[in-house]
Ligand binder design. Structure first.
Ligand code: ASP
Length: 447
């Protein structure tokens, strides 16, 4: 018999009605033995996620505004107690809320505060299913620099072997200081992946509110094609570039163990969803491009220097400047006498760009240095492009016909993607042009 780990996102946990739907999904398959949950999310557009309210509480505590804190916490209390009332079962949620409120007031900290949505949601799910609750602080560990500690998997395997079934809160674990520490936003997906790897699941099901991945953002292309199967690598490229069905770091724990992920829809549970696998079962010759995704808000800094190609250590000098400033870069396209660094604008706020360029100029002494701001990166992703001659010719022809100016080109060495840099304002048109060229047509799935 297989063993499935199921992670349910915020919209699946948003109300008593959706929580009942989740319980039905779990009870319909006895292989679904470990359940990881997010905090209640939005019930309707314009609603506020519990995690957002909790971050607001943390801000109010930090600002010493107790009146505002009490008011915001009251909204969280109302959400959870209404779930309890509608479920019609004694879930002891008031006691959990009191404990959380007191701990926050007594200085438990920002991450503890943000984590309480998952904690209480898991308590509710455990009571509804009548399955033990196991806290994530029992096994998720972080390193001093805040990344996931590898010993997590061993501890989790030890802890969870005592429980044939369990409900576990996502999104957090224990920091080196012994306090609750959260992942980045959406990190419940990482928690699910950790549990799947630790119990060596046969499948990691990630239940959300869409029926899998689409070849492009539906806000950009109307009814884009559905992708039945993606490889881990394709997923990583697409989710990093803005396809936000799954947290981009959540594949790492399951990938090393070769555990497939299935994206499923809580609101349409019979849909097949998208399978994310190690090696594609599809014939690469049949499809060229799997998906297109884009992200705005980058800057490219270009350095030009005659005979750069024969100057030993030039690139090292440039990289030492960004290294010292703890700035990471996305791409490093280069020519004989030029190199560019593409950097996320998040690193370049408050004059940081001018300072950075001044230091690069002093350290590396280029003939010329200039920046191009407001760049969007668009990634065209698919293992098929390695087997299909003429892919880049088609791509650039489509962009030129759409009148889009390309500022930067980078093709990954694994021939899995072609990334182009365009003006922010051309981002959607660029995605549309590429989609139409490779994926346009009537069939509703990518081959
Ligand atoms: N509740 C957290 C968030 O809203 C984590 C998650 O849902 O995965 O980011």
């Amino acid at each position: 018999m297989g063993l499935k780990v199921c992670k349910f996102g915020g919209t699946s946990m948003a109300s008593a009605q959706t929580i009942t739907a989740v319980a039905n999904i779990i009870n319909a398959d006895e292989e679904r033995r470990y359940v990881v949950v997010s905090a209640p999310g939005k019930r309707y557009s314009g609603d506020i996620k519990v995690t957002d309210l909790l971050y607001q509480c943390a801000d109010e505590i930090e600002a010493g505004n107790l009146v505002a804190f009490k008011e915001t916490f009251q909204k969280i209390r109302a959400r959870f107690t209404s779930i309890e009332t509608e479920i019609g079962k004694e879930l002891h949620i008031e006691a959990g809320l009191d404990e959380a409120e007191n701990a926050i007031l007594n200085g438990a900290g920002r991450d503890y505060c943000a984590s309480r949505g998952e904690f209480l949601a898991a308590k509710i799910m455990a009571a509804v299913l009548d399955v033990p609750f196991v806290d994530a602080t029992e096994f998720v560990r972080f390193t001093p620099d805040g990344s996931l500690d590898e010993k997590t998997f061993e501890i989790a395997a030890e802890v969870l072997k005592e429980y044939p079934r369990a409900v576990i809160p996502g999104f957090y674990g224990l920091g080196v200081d012994g306090k609750v520490k959260t992942f980045s936003r959406g990190g419940g997906d990482i928690s699910g992946s950790i549990v799947a790897r630790s119990v060596m699941a046969s499948l990691y099901e990630n239940w959300t509110d869409v029926s899998g991945f689409y070849a492009c953002d539906p806000r950009i292309v109307n009814s884009p094609k559905w992708i039945p199967e993606l490889t881990y690598q394709e997923l990583r490229e697409l989710s990093y570039m803005g396809a936000n069905v799954l947290h981009s770091e959540s594949i790492f724990p399951v990938r090393s163990a070769g555990i497939p992920i299935r994206i499923c829809n809580t609101f349409s549970p019979k849909d097949k969803g998208t399978y994310i696998v190690k090696n594609s079962t599809r014939d690469m010759r049949d499809y060229v491009v799997t998906g297109v995704a884009g992200k705005k808000g980058f800057t490219s800094i270009t350095l030009e220097k005659s005979l750069m190609n024969s100057e030993v250590g030039f690139v090292e000098k440039v990289l030492s400047v960004i290294g010292r400033r703890k700035i990471s870069f996305e791409h490093l396209p280069s020519g004989i006498d030029t190199m560019s660094l593409v950097i996320d604008n998040e690193y370049l706020k408050d004059n940081a760009l001018e300072d950075l360029m001044a230091e690069m100029k002093a350290v590396a002494q280029p003939d010329k240095i200039y920046a191009h701001e407001n760049i969007a990166l668009v990634a065209t992703v698919g293992h098929g492009m390695a087997k299909n001659v003429g892919t880049s010719a088609r791509l650039f022809k489509a962009l030129s016909q759409a009148g889009i100016n390309v500022n930067m080109i980078d093709q990954g060495s694994s021939e899995l993607n072609i990334i182009v840099g365009v003006e922010n304002e051309d981002c959607a048109d660029c995605i549309r042009a590429i989609y139409e060229e490779f994926l346009g047509g009537d069939e509703n799935e990518v081959f």
